[in-house]
Design a binder for this molecule. Structure first.
Ligand SMILES: [Zn+2]
Length: 350
């Protein structure tokens, strides 16, 4: 399944129609969220089919395709399911501050011709022309962003295989000073555009222009996504084995705030994972318990510990005397552990 996104060119009637839908669907969402919460307190639970049919006759009254209303109920249902399974947080009610911005189209959509596509309930809409992967479109979603309306398409097609350039093996340590450090000693920085946008965002947030803030947020997200796509593609092209250290990012982020949370490691990880599959690369996630403490040359536990030692950027191993860079050392350890050739931890008992 591939996702593709096109920017829509709606006329005034269409965009006000969709705004109206969003308004009414906000009510549907909030009703569904409360309904599941209250009924579960009374011991009433629903099957997905049973729940999505609760409002089966309301679509006509609202002037919205009934399957879109059902799609909304399914979204609310899944949100609660994720919460019950502890994958996601408690679903939030939507309103002025937390606006609903997507409209589901759960049915297959006929492939677009040239620059227009037919959608249930709206009719033909135009979009800015771009190449869309060939395949059957399983379902879609209209999303309203600060920069305009978009149509996301979920297409049943194979991902293009990624061509390999070199057969390396690499360990990666995500950091908070640099974005990533690799076992080859390469330090990948946050790109400059991101810094600049972040600065502009900070300026805008001090002002009163809400729209500008929303647009800048969107731009930063796009820049980050673009960077992660390029970086993960390059790493998959260059390596047969990728070992990624699953660090305690959350703990560090809590202590240092924005720079870690905003660097989008989670997104990068998931991109590396699926691109690895497409490129035949082996992707290993390593739990990095001692990756900063172990000396990658001799294997003794002589490095700096935990959060207290975060300020130590480089150190000398007291057992073998090697001078080590903290992050590069951690990346090498990650590769060693991931590749199954880890040193035994000698001073474990001590
Ligand atoms: Zn050593």
């Amino acid at each position: 399944m591939i996702q593709a996104q096109v920017k829509l060119r709606l006329n005034v009637i269409q965009s006000s129609l969709l705004d109206g839908w969003l308004f009414m669907l906000t009510g549907v969402w909030n009703w569904a969220i409360r309904k599941i919460e209250n009924d579960s307190k009374g011991g009433i639970y629903y099957t997905p089919k049973g729940f999505q049919n609760l409002l089966s006759d309301h679509g006509k009254k609202m002037g919205i395709p009934s399957h879109t209303v059902q799609g909304m109920l399914v979204m609310a249902y899944t949100a609660w399911k994720r919460c019950f399974k502890k994958i996601g947080g408690k679903p939030k009610l939507k309103g002025m501050r937390n606006k609903l911005n997507s409209i589901p189209f759960p049915d297959p959509i006929r492939s677009p011709e040239k620059n227009h596509v037919k959608l249930p309930g709206i009719g033909t809409v135009r979009f800015h022309k771009q190449d869309i992967p060939v395949g059957k479109i399983k379902c879609g979603r209209i999303v309203k962003r600060a920069s305009g309306w978009y149509l996301c398409l979920f297409i049943d097609a194979e991902r293009k295989a990624i061509e390999r350039k070199t057969d390396g093996a690499i360990g990666i340590d995500p950091g908070f000073m640099d974005l990533l450090t690799t076992s080859d000693g390469e330090k990948i920085q946050h790109p400059k555009e991101l810094h600049q946008s972040a600065k502009r965002l900070a300026q805008a947030q001090r002002g009163i222009n809400r729209k500008l803030v929303a647009r800048l947020h969107e731009r930063i997200q796009n820049q980050r996504k673009d960077r992660n796509h390029k970086l993960s593609l390059r790493l998959v092209q260059e390596n047969i084995v990728i070992c990624f250290s699953k660090d305690n990012i959350k703990g560090i982020a809590k202590k240092f705030g924005k720079s870690v949370a905003s660097s989008g490691h989670a997104q990068l990880r998931s991109m590396l994972e699926y691109k690895s599959r497409a490129g035949g690369t082996q992707y290993v996630q390593v739990a990095s318990k001692n990756s900063t403490r172990i000396c990658s040359t001799c294997g003794s536990l002589t490095g700096p510990t935990g959060l207290a030692g975060l300020s130590v950027r480089d150190w000398e191993c007291s057992a073998c005397g090697t001078h080590l860079d903290r992050d590069v050392n951690a990346a090498i350890n990650t590769l060693n552990i991931g590749a199954g050739t880890a040193h035994e931890v000698r001073c474990h008992a001590a």
